[in-house]
Structure formats: C-alpha cells, structure tokens
Design a binder for this molecule. Sequence first.
Ligand SMILES: Cc1ncc(COP(=O)(O)O)c(C=O)c1O
Length: 419
Amino acid sequence: MSIVTAGENPLGSRIADGTIARPSAPAPETLWSQRFAQRTQRITASMIRELLKLTEYPDIISFAGGLPAPETFEDIALPVPPRSLLQYGPTEGEPELRAAIAQELAAIGLDCPAERVMVLSGSQQGIDLVAKLCIDAGTPVAVESPAYLAALQVFRFFGADLQAMPPGGWGDGPAPALAYVTPTFQNPTGRCWSLEERMALAAACQAQDVVLFEDDPYRELAYEDCERRPIASFMTGGSWVYQGSFSKDLAPGLRLGFLAASEDLFTPLSRLKQAADLHTSRVGQWAALHYLNDPGRPARLGRLAEHYRTRRDRFAEALERHLGGLAEWDVPPGGLFFWVRLAAGLEPQALLARAMQQKVLFTPGEHFLADRAGASPALRLNFSNASVEAAERGLEILGGILREMAADANDPASAAHAA
Ligand SMILES: Cc1ncc(COP(=O)(O)O)c(C=O)c1O
C-alpha cells in the first residue's frame, strides 16, 4: 500500500488499488485567505514573543521582554488550596478575591462595588475582551504612540483604526469610540501622566461618550513620587474599564489580572469572559487572595520597589557609561523599561541585527507605534530581568556596536569595506 497526496486524488479518499490518499497541505497563503476567518489575516507574530524564544538559549542577555526579576519570586509562599476549589467556579471570579480587589481599588480612589470586579486570566485577557466588545473593522481607537505592543496587536486583529493621541486626550480632533491608555509608568516609555492630563482625559471621555480603557499593571513598581490616581476615578458617569495585574508585583506565571468596569460594560464583558474560558483558575485565585490578605504584603511591596529602584539606578549608570553621547533617555519614575532614543543616523533594526550576533536582545521602538509603517529611533530596554552584571556586559556590547555604526556613518568608505 502506498500513500499519495490528495493532489493526485482530489477526493482525498481510498482509491481502487488500496492506496490511501493523504490530504495535501494547502499553501500557507491559501489557509490564511480561504480556510481561516478573514480577521486572522491581520495576525502578526509578536516580536516580543519571538525574541523571548531566543532568551531560552544560554548566555543570551535579554533586554527584550518585560520579565520580572526571578529572585523576586523567592519569598512567595504558595498556599495549598482547599479541594473544593478543584470544582468549576463563577465566571467573574471568587467572591472573596473580588471583594479584596474592590477594597484595594477603593484605597486608590476608585470606588467600584465587588459585583463589578472581574478576575481575569492575566490582564492581557482584559485587552482581548474589551476589544471584542468595542471594536469592529474600522472602529476608531485612540492610543498613545508608542503604546503596549500586545494591545496594539489585539486592536489591529479586530480591525481597529488606530489613532495616535498625546497624554490628556485627542484635543480638537474627532472623538474615537475607545481610548486605551497606560498612564502610570507606561510600557514602553515609563512615563507617568500628570493630574491635569488624567482629569482632561476623563472629562473628554465623559463629554464625548468615549469608552475609557485604562491599563494599570505597573502601579506598584513606583520609584519616585508620582500622580497615580486612576483616570477612571475621575469619571462621574460614562463608560470605563480599569484593569490591573498580579504579574508585575507577584508572578506572571500565575496568569492573574482583574478589571473593574462601569455598569453598562460589566455584564457584556462577563458574557465574553464566559465564552473565552468559563473562569480563571481557582487555584491561582486562591494564591492571589492569600497574597492580598498577607499582613506582610506592604513590606514586601516596599522591598520589591527598593530592589527595582536600585536595579534601575545601576542600569542608568551603565547606560551613561556605555551609551552616553550616542543616545538620550529619561530615567523612568517606575515600571520596568528605559525608552532610549538613538542619536541621528543610528538605526535600531541595524543595531539589533548586530547585537543578536553577540547574544544581546532588545525591542526596537517601531513595534510600539500606532502607525505600523512608522519609524522610530528608539529602543525599549527592560532593566528588571538581566542581573546587574549581565546588564553591564549587554550595554557595553550595545555601546561598542553603536560606536562602530557612528564611525561607519561618518566614514561611508569604511562601512562599504566592512560590508
Ligand atoms: C501595559 C500592559 N498591559 C497588559 C499586560 C499584560 O499583563 P498580564 O497579562 O501578565 O497581566 C502587560 C504585560 O507586560 C503590559 O505591559
């Protein structure tokens, strides 16, 4: 018996002599255009996730992802959950955890009853749910530019018409349907919005009936005194979603986040969550509840911020040593990233190609832009994951390559020779 492909036997079935026909694999472009849903043609591989695959290799120094420092997991006690939690649970999450989150939100100025708090399987899920609820092909969505790459990716997947807006709102331009912002220690810039900018966006959303979508995973990683009051707390009406995460101050592997929403949005979001995964792992929720109730938590958060503040400062010193004169940056007041703008003539993609040969990774700035065809002279450098020593080595390598690139730019003849 032999095997042929269905190309030879279009019916893809047994043929007379007992030969079994195996369906031929359609060309990838046929799959995308004919077999898969139209919207999947807008999916692109995440640059970060592709780079993260490389971080598995030994000796790689990665500034590419947004991974917390592994040593911060050492003091996390994972309680054994009661067996009853092995059963299915409520879509919106465990009532005790929702109540504890509502209490945390009240403490930061956002009054929202526990009934309008939903536990998420990571705050990335909130981005997916809000996009499913609010975005059709062509829906205008205002975003900061640069903005969190994996949110842009989801919005594009649903066909959003992304419009870049500065902190504070879209000004006199046409109002979008949805405004997505990370006002506190933004990914990728680390920037923190002022009180005026926060109040202005809340007022604009409310006045023009725009859904505010506030993403706030970094608020606990604060190294300076900054305005951190949620924009949603200034909404006295209108539609809003505020979301947070347990990934940055506890552990991303737990895949736990939460959202709070205005009354009109909560029920539809909860139906979408039900369709997506029924509910978030109850075992993880148990761990999060313990974490929130742990009297040692404020001290732990203090130690965490101190750890990252030191690491940020050492990173800033190493940046000055190795990239001084070749780039500019602001020291971020919180969060996990430096947004480093290269001097004129130095190109992030060219730097990445050469840095990868020396096992150093980072994410080029263009991936964070609302305009997919836009160019950015910036690099996003994560400072939390590599050790201080590794960061020093990695930045020395980047600085060395940049110096060569700058010399080549000044002397094109030597660049042609080297190429
Ligand atoms: C701005 C922002 N939002 C959401 C997420 C998703 O976080 P998680 O799904 O781990 O809660 C991240 C992760 O880096 C992020 O930077």
